[in-house]
Every structure is written in structure tokens, then in C-alpha cells.
Design a protein around this ligand. Structure first.
Ligand code: PMP
Length: 467
């Protein structure tokens, strides 16, 4: 499709070519990319984005689970510009700071559960998780528990793309072709209720998964296990909501063996589930460490944080017998401009009652999406509030998958895109993580567009002989 404006077409072509020839995109199949290049986005406001032809799409993925307060917030632009004019950057190593970094740390301490009062900044979620590992190792070393180094996480957990965070990540597909070093990390199985044996109750399923954690700790030896990493709801692994009680029970196991519990709230924090942090308010746990990013600035600027307890801080802040310092940090730790964006983002969320809105409209979204389960290929609709996923299957009774070559997730996403809605394909699934300011009318548009798109994709599967 070309625009009426020749100048606009020229810019679009120029961007498209430079992008195709030089920009190496994350998580991209380069073989198809070289042919088809990218869709160019040039503008956004509210719940929608526009492509280079000016066509609008409702953004059903919130950028990448992150544009929580929506697009086009002048207040953030102003706060950022003001901070750049005042002081765009200064090192925070040692005894230097800036007002936004200090104020945002205090605000996060106020919002985070329990005694999680200490904030270490990085530039995103992966780095927040790497920081957690370094912090945990340093903490146990200072306690003289030097063998406590091993990390346990789950199959289908996603924790990032730096070397350590990817090692902790349990999405099997992401490991193919890399041979990631795994001596420090051990994966236990995914608590996905949809894939549990048919005759097994949710309670028995939960207990089995919790027992698996305990067994793994005992197998490795409690003296060797440092931490358990878990997302409250697994995101990139397919929006897996664990069975009721799972987080509380796994936390109790961790406490029993002095294993630190890291709650990866990179997606779930800052309103996606209707709370600033989901660990305590949605799942009733106070972990030792929370990692967050994304919604912290609503994606307006890169920022991540590792928020940890008084108990950990007390240990790492004491003079160490061996003279060790927590020699960890980045040029951009506590970047004042990103922190100014984060502060303004949280101010807007509080002033506009975004969490209350999510409790209300997010619940409506969840309820309406469940209607799609009546469609013949939708095996599961899962998630909570504005963190949802549709799983397509060939047979709803056996839960057998549609052949991977059929790329059902992509088919549905392509049909949606033609109808003005962007959803994320993930193998045989489609993920929905829109901005948190959707109205009920927007929700109706998303659900009806999905319905039509799934019906069209189902027909195309039949035509191509996959159903
Ligand atoms: N943890 C979770 C749960 C995530 O979903 C992500 C990113 N999608 C990360 C960590 C990594 O964050 P980033 O891409 O900002 O490094």
C-alpha cells in the first residue's frame, strides 16, 4: 500500500531499505527478513500506533508489554526535556547522585512490598536479573556461605537475553543454536495447568510442582542453592498462570532452605495486573528481590531496577572482612533522564488511577476474551487482566497442536493486522498485552477483530489442508 504523498513514499522506502540492509533486529528470522523487511511505524497516540502510510492500528501488545500509560504523553516529554536541560547525565558511582534517581528509588521502596527498600538501577529487565544474581552471590559470600551459588528457574520462564539472564530463561526454543553455559542454572518444569494430566486436580498438580522445587534443592544440596527465579505469571513462555497457592508454597520451600526468592516482575509490575507490584497484591507473597523494567517508564526510556530487602542490604552494606565492595554497576545506573521519565510515569499512573482502571476494564477484557474459547481452534484462553494469551489447537479434546509449519499464530496476527489490530504471534499462541488505558469500546473492538481473524485463519488452515 502506498501513500498519496510521494515525499512520504520516498522516506518510507529509504527507511525500509536502510533497515533491511543494516539494522540487525532482535529475535528475527533473518532469512525471511532479508526478503520482506520491516513494517515502519512513525507515530502513535493513546492506544494506537500508525504505520508509514498513516494506517492506524490498535496496539494489542503495548509496544512489547511496556507502554502501560499509552502513547503521546506530553507530560513525560516535558519532564524528560526539563531533565536534559538541567543535567542530562552524571555518574552515580560512589557518592554522587541526582534528584530523579534518588526520588524514584524512594518511590519504588514505598510501592514495593514488605521491606524491599533498596533499589539498584540498570537499563532493562535482563540486566535487572543479572544484577540480582551478582547481588545474591555477593550476599551469600559475605555471610560465609560461599557454596551457595546455584540458581533454579522454570522451563518456559523468560528472564532476558544477556548471557546470565538467558541461561536462567527456560524457553527451550531460545537456547537452540547457542549451547548456553548451564553449570549455575537448573530448570524445573513449568506449572502450566492447561497441560496437566486430565485426571489430576489443580491442588495435586500444584503440590507436585512445589515438591519438584524441593526435590531439586535437595538433589543439588541446600548449601549449594542460592535462589529461585520466577515470574508471577510467565509471560513470553505463553502467559502461564500457575495453580492457586503455587507462589506461596514455593516461597515457603525457599525459606525452609535459605534460598532467596526472586520475583521477576518485568512484565507484571506497574499496573498490568491492576497493581503496582503483583507479587504481594495478586499472589500474596513478599519475595526477597523484585526485578522490574518495561512499565517502570512505560517504555518511554530504557530503565530497569532490582529492588531488594533490608536483610540483603544489611549484609552487603557492612564493612567486609576481605575488603570486598559490591563492585557492580553501569555507566547508566540511575540515569537521571530515564528516572525522570519513571517518576512522571508513576505520578500519572497514580493520578489517573490506572490500577483501578485495570481492575475494572482489564477484568472485562479477560471475561470477553474467554468468549473466544467457543471457537473451534481456541483450546485455551488464559492470563489475567491485560496480560492474556490465546492457544490454538487442532483438537480441543486431545489438545493436539496444529502442525508448526501452518504457523497459526502468524496467520491470526496477519489477519488481525489487516483489520487494524496488532497482536503478537508466539508459535501456536497469540499474546495480548495492550496499553492499560483501553476503554470498554476498545476491548470490544479487540475481541470482535480477533473473532473475525481467527475465523478467517481457520478457513485458511482448511484450504491449506491443516484441519
Ligand atoms: N524478564 C521478563 C519476565 C521479561 O518479559 C523480559 C522481556 N520481555 C525480561 C526479563 C528482559 O527484559 P529486557 O528485554 O528489558 O532486558
Amino acid at each position: 500500500m502506498t501513500s498519496q504523498n510521494p515525499a512520504a513514499n520516498f522516506v518510507k522506502q529509504e527507511v525500509w531499505e536502510k533497515d533491511r540492509d543494516h539494522f540487525v533486529h532482535p529475535w528475527t528470522d533473518f532469512s525471511t527478513f532479508k526478503e520482506s523487511g520491516s513494517m515502519v511505524f512513525q507515530q502513535a497516540d493513546g492506544v494506537s500506533v500508525q504505520d508509514a502510510d498513516g494506517k492506524r492500528y490498535l496496539d494489542g501488545i503495548g509496544g512489547l508489554w511496556c507502554v502501560n500509560i499509552g502513547y503521546g504523553r506530553d507530560e513525560i516529554a516535558e519532564a524528560v526535556a526539563e531533565q536534559i536541560r538541567a543535567i542530562p547525565y552524571f555518574s552515580t558511582f560512589g557518592h554522587h547522585t541526582t534528584a530523579p534517581a534518588a526520588r524514584l528509588a524512594a518511590k519504588l521502596a514505598e510501592l514495593a512490598p514488605g521491606d524491599l527498600n533498596h533499589v539498584f538501577y540498570g537499563c532493562g529487565g535482563s540486566v535487572a536479573n543479572d544484577t540480582a544474581v551478582r547481588l545474591i552471590h555477593f550476599y551469600f559470600n559475605q555471610l560465609g556461605k560461599t557454596s551457595k551459588k546455584q540458581i533454579i528457574s522454570r522451563i518456559d520462564g523468560y528472564h532476558g537475553s544477556t548471557y546470565m539472564a538467558m541461561s536462567i530463561t527456560g524457553v527451550q526454543f531460545d537456547h537452540i543454536g547457542f549451547d548456553v553455559e548451564r553449570q549455575l542454572v537448573h530448570h524445573i518444569s513449568c506449572p502450566n495447568p492447561y497441560r496437566r494430566p486430565e485426571e489430576q486436580s489443580l491442588e495435586a498438580f500444584c503440590d507436585e510442582k512445589v515438591q519438584e522445587l524441593e526435590d531439586k534443592i535437595l538433589e543439588l544440596g541446600p548449601d549449594n542453592v542460592a535462589a529461585f527465579f520466577a515470574e508471577p505469571i510467565m509471560g513470553a513462555g505463553g502467559v502461564i498462570v500457575p495453580p492457586p497457592g503455587y507462589h506461596q508454597k514455593t516461597l515457603a520451600v525457599c525459606r525452609k532452605y535459605d534460598v532467596l526468592y526472586v520475583s521477576d516482575e518485568v512484565v507484571t509490575a506497574f499496573g498490568r495486573l491492576g497493581h503496582m507490584f503483583a507479587s504481594e497484591d495478586e499472589f500474596g507473597i513478599v519475595p526477597d528481590i523484585i526485578t522490574c523494567a518495561k512499565g517502570l517508564t512505560s517504555g518511554y526510556l530504557p530503565l530497569g531496577a532490582t529492588i531488594f530487602s533490608d536483610r540483603i542490604y544489611d549484609v552487603i552494606s557492612k564493612p567486609q572482612a576481605d575488603g570486598a565492595l559490591f563492585t557492580h554497576g553501569f555507566t547508566y545506573s540511575g540515569h537521571p533522564v530515564s528516572c525522570a521519565a519513571g517518576l512522571k510515569n508513576i505520578e500519572i499512573m497514580e493520578r489517573e488511577g490506572i490500577c483501578d482502571h485495570v481492575q475494572d476494564v482489564g477484568a472485562y477484557f479477560e471475561q470477553r476474551l474467554h468468549e473466544l474459547k467457543a471457537l473451534p481452534i481456541i483450546g485455551d484462553v488464559r492470563g489475567r487482566k491485560f496480560m492474556m494469551c490465546l492457544e490454538s489447537v487442532a483438537d480441543k479434546t486431545t489438545k493436539e497442536l496444529i502442525a508448526p509449519e501452518a504457523k497459526i499464530g502468524n496467520r491470526i496476527a496477519d489477519e488481525c493486522q489487516q483489520r487494524g489490530l496488532i497482536v503478537r504471534p508466539l508459535a501456536h499462541m497469540n499474546i495480548l498485552s495492550p496499553t492499560l488505558i483501553l476503554s470498554r469500546q476498545d476491548v470490544d473492538f479487540v475481541v470482535e477483530t480477533l473473532r473475525e481473524s481467527i475465523e478467517a485463519a481457520t478457513e485458511s488452515l482448511k484450504v491449506d489442508g491443516y484441519l
